[in-house]
Design a protein around this ligand. Structure first.
Ligand SMILES: [Mg+2]
Length: 227
């Protein structure tokens, strides 16, 4: 079964791109053709360039990142500064043929879950319109329980059961790092929480075993999608 994965986060700069690269690499190796896109970005196209390098197909940068704006501010405002307006319907229309391909689609959002993307939508609106699985990236350090709960509870209830929370390792661990997963299991299902060790170079580092765990969990969810 094909999946559309929407990678979002508790904030910007929390590791969405690194996870998207690793997940794309894993899916390419495990399941075959995969397309990874960053439809909208502002302040540079580094994320999209990195995603392009992680996939094995003939797509070009414009195919995976059609909306890009120079100012490093909210995309909706960066677009307005250059006289552009982005609307939800056109982004959904852009993604539609990519979802009809033979493999999974990995979409990296911009900013965090409630960061505005365009005139009439934010990341949550887009993933909901797509019926995508959400992958929420949260830094595994002090504050993770609050940040993860805020975002998890902001997901539409219908999206939560098929979504994953990634506790992302950073070089600067703290005393909370080994405890956050347990702390969060009081508030969301432990089976939806995955711990990703710190990755120095997502494009080249060995694929961490947790990705296979996430893949297996997804398959099990597909066997009981209504729960
Ligand atoms: Mg990124």
């Amino acid at each position: 079964m094909k999946n559309t994965w929407f990678v979002t986060g508790t904030d910007t700069g929390v590791g969405k791109t690194a996870f998207s690269i690793l997940w794309t690499r894993f899916l390419v190796a495990a399941a075959g053709p995969v397309i990874a896109v960053k439809p909208i970005c502002s302040g540079g196209r580094d994320d999209a360039e990195a995603l392009l390098a992680a996939q094995r197909n003939s797509l070009q940068i414009g195919d995976i990142n059609p909306w890009h704006f120079p100012d490093p501010i909210s995309p909706v405002l960066a677009a307005q500064r250059v006289g552009r307006r982005i609307r939800l319907a056109e982004v959904v229309e852009f993604l539609a043929p990519l979802r009809e391909g033979t493999g999974d689609l990995v979409i990296e959002g911009a900013g965090g879950l409630l960061s505005p993307l365009g005139e009439d939508f934010d990341n949550r609106d887009l993933l909901t319109a797509l019926g995508a699985r959400a992958v929420v990236i949260c830094p595994n350090r002090l504050g993770a329980i609050n940040q993860a709960r805020l975002v998890w509870e902001s997901l539409p209830p219908s999206v939560r059961s098929s979504s994953a929370l990634i506790l992302n390792g950073f070089p600067s661990e703290d005393a909370s790092t080994p405890t956050n997963r347990e702390g969060l299991t009081h508030y969301l299902p432990g089976e939806n929480i995955f711990f990703l060790p710190c990755q120095e170079d997502a494009l080249r580092s060995p694929l961490p075993p947790v990705l296979a765990d996430l893949h297996q969990w997804t398959k099990r969810r597909e066997e009981r999608p209504s729960k």
